[in-house]
Design a protein around this ligand. Structure first.
Ligand SMILES: [Mg+2]
Length: 375
């Protein structure tokens, strides 16, 4: 008789990786400073081990689903479900010639999140406990305020967040039409301040729409509005420009949402380009890479803010010591609420990852999602 105890969980292998894509029309026409859209596509990965399933996703083109199906699934199937880092490394190495960023990086992110969820469910642990939580709650800010909104739409959305849900920070889009209508930007910032009152933090995001001097001029004309956060005032590729704006405005300058590997984030931090580093786990390489991005930021004395996909970030955010907040983004909150049971409540300005339910605590409502399936 052997003394060895075989742990069935530790030996679990990944049996299948399946992917689908869903396109959900927006509830109104939407635009920011530099792009417009009328729908949101979620590419959703389901990874199975026995009868346990982990779910991950990204927001990107349906081509992400093709990458998962054609390039990544076979690499991951058969691996040990406990060794997410090994699957991540295999995926990253395999896309060398296809390119690590963009569509391939989004696809890797969705698989990585599904594998973390799967591992946590196999172990019967909430994901934030598996990762090692530092906080039970995670601050969020309301995010929307699209340039296509009229005054009534803007008032309605900001009022919901601030007056109904008591979220103490909100963000609107500015830099409309590549920064060519600064007077309207300023008027909308005034409307926003008027709705949210003095005690709510006002954030703005130009999505790279301004030139350096325009960005500084707009913020100087808005001094009385006490803007707290100025996201992508200029292109996030213009690190010297971000640094110049940062030196000339009172608001914190933030960028990083397009970052796709550690080198990108390290360059941004080293250039002194941001007061707070943004990162998106659904783009940069999932939870595996988000944790490392946060460590890069910490080494420069910076906090991180999670970009979009709030339910995908909730657990890793709770396990990030230098987290500032997550983006409670209108479109993604809508899609995640439409598709998942177990979504979180931002009332009071924080979300609380479920401390009892294994994994990220979300369950796909298959019939509700199927209505929007495109791939
Ligand atoms: Mg942004």
């Amino acid at each position: 008789m052997s003394d060895t105890v075989t742990d069935p969980v530790a030996g679990s292998s990944i049996d299948s990786v399946e992917v689908s894509a869903f396109t959900v029309p927006t509830d109104a026409p939407e635009a920011d400073g530099t792009i417009s859209w009328d729908s949101t596509t979620m590419v959703l990965v389901r990874a199975r081990s026995g009868d346990v399933e982990g779910i991950g996703w990204t927001y990107g083109p349906t081509a992400c689903a093709t990458v998962v199906r054609a390039e990544l699934a076979d690499l991951v199937v058969g691996r040990n479900a406990m060794d997410v880092a090994g699957s991540f490394q295999a995926m990253v190495r395999s896309v060398r010639n296809a390119g690590r960023g963009g569509i391939a990086g989004y696809a890797i992110s969705a698989v990585d999140v599904a594998l973390w969820d799967l591992k946590a469910r196999l172990l019967g642990l909430p994901l934030h406990h598996l990762l090692g939580a530092v906080s039970a709650t995670v601050p969020v800010y309301g995010s929307g305020g699209f340039t296509t909104y009229d005054e009534q739409q803007l008032r309605h959305q900001l009022g919901d967040w601030v007056l109904e849900q008591r979220i103490p920070r909100v963000k609107i889009k500015i830099g409309e039409s590549w920064g060519t209508t600064p007077e309207r930007d300023l008027a909308r910032m005034r409307q926003a301040r008027d709705v949210i009152g003095e005690s709510t933090e006002l954030f703005v995001d130009a999505n790279g729409g301004y030139t350096r001097k325009e960005a500084i001029r707009v913020m100087s004309a808005a001094t009385d509005l006490d803007v707290h956060w100025f996201e992508e005032p200029v292109s996030s590729d213009d690190l010297a420009g971000l640094h110049e704006v940062r030196d000339n405005v009172a608001a914190d300058v933030a960028a990083g949402e397009y970052g796709d590997d550690l080198h990108y984030f390290r360059r941004m931090c080293a250039a002194g380009a941001v007061d707070c580093l943004q990162a998106d786990a659904s783009r940069c390489g999932g939870i595996t890479e988000f944790v490392r991005v946060a460590a890069v930021a910490a080494s420069f004395g910076l906090e991180v803010s999670g970009h979009c996909a709030p339910h995908l970030h909730a657990h890793v955010a709770a396990a990030t010591p230098n987290l500032r907040h997550l983006e409670w983004f209108h479109d993604h909150v809508r899609v995640e609420s439409l598709f998942f049971d177990g979504t979180l409540d931002p009332t009071g300005g924080t979300i609380t990852p479920d401390p009892e339910t294994p994994g990220h605590g979300l369950t796909l409502r298959v019939a509700d999602a199927e209505r929007y399936r495109v791939a």
